[in-house]
Ligand binder design. Structure first.
Ligand code: GLN
Length: 307
């Protein structure tokens, strides 16, 4: 019997196509040139079947979708205590690039906002790694989650780095609080490099299927990160993955999720599937508009969960 999933995915895309609101981001100039008409959606089951519709083989940069995966690497490489001492797990209720540090102690509120993700980059791999070796550990780790050789978009990376004044300011502040112990510029450079890893919607579905499958990548059947790490990463995605729209998402859709400013979005349904979608049209929170519409988000009322 013909599986029903491909027809369902085509239907989802047809529903989303009419929503032409939103626009590619402008703060990384190179991303502003993205084709807003691109649209793709894919599922990867925990058994390793991949289904998709639309532009699922178009490459784009992973951006903030890297954050839960690099968080998982840091937790695996350094242990929970060491990571939790430097990055919290509370929703910030603020934008991705907000300077959100806890009031008394200084750690960034969570690893999904840039301040937290920049810190997390410095915690992947062992403490003695040179910046280039740390980048290799992170990009190699993302490639293991995606089951494909790593490539990066050098033009997007250079474009982001040339305008990374806010991330650099945050990194210097983190360094002044002793949360970052490495050279602030080198850490932002490394963070920007891992954000420029190229993925497709198909790759992202497989990446999302790994946490859905308790840390085992369903394609090679290889355990990439331990189960307690997966639980932690999924919890933080659930509470913080959509920035200041995280609680809207949690109440309207209710699965762990992470967006990226290039237009990608992943979701993980534990024990079942990894979901990925791509559309460069973003809303004011920096989350893809059509994809949220397609998964049932449109029209949700704003609910604040950080008060
Ligand atoms: N690299 C981007 C940044 O740091 C990622 C932001 C995002 O995808 N939301 O601003």
């Amino acid at each position: 019997m013909r599986p029903i999933i491909p027809d369902y995915l085509i239907e989802v895309l047809e529903d989303m196509e009419s929503d032409t609101s939103g626009a590619p981001t402008g703060y990384i100039p190179e991303l502003a040139a993205a084709d807003p008409e691109r649209l793709g959606v894919a599922f990867a089951t925990v058994e390793g079947e991949v289904y998709g519709a639309g532009d699922i083989d178009t490459e784009f940069t992973i951006q903030s979708i890297s954050k839960p995966f690099v968080y998982a690497m840091a937790l695996s490489d350094r242990g929970f205590d060491s990571v939790l001492a430097r990055v919290g797990v509370e929703p910030s209720g603020e934008a991705s690039n907000q300077i959100s540090l806890e009031r008394d102690t200084g750690p960034p509120l969570n690893p999904m906002i840039n301040a937290g993700a920049i810190t997390v980059h410095s915690l992947a791999g062992t403490a003695d790694l040179e910046p280039s070796a740390r980048v290799a550990r992170v990009i190699g780790g993302l490639s293991t989650f995606a089951s494909r050789p790593p490539t990066t978009d050098e033009t997007v990376r250079a474009s982001e780095m040339a305008h990374a004044h806010r991330d650099l300011a945050m990194a210097h502040m983190l360094r002044s609080h002793g949360i970052l112990t490495e050279d602030a510029h080198a850490v932002v450079d490394g963070y920007t490099r891992h954000c420029s890893v190229l993925v497709t919607t198909r790759d992202l579905a497989i990446m999302a299927a790994t946490p859905a499958n308790r840390g085992t990548n369903p394609l090679p059947g290889e355990q990439v990160v331990p189960e307690p790490v997966v639980r932690q990463a999924l919890s933080v995605m659930f509470n913080c993955g959509m920035y200041d729209a995280a609680c809207d998402w949690a109440t309207q859709v209710g699965i762990p999720v992470k967006s990226g400013v290039a237009g990608g979005l992943i979701g993980a349904l534990p024990g079942q599937i990894g979901i990925a979608a791509f559309s460069p049209r973003l809303d004011a929170h920096g989350n893809s508009v059509e994809l949220q519409g397609g998964i049932g988000f449109a029209g949700a009322e704003s609910v604040q969960c950080n008060t």
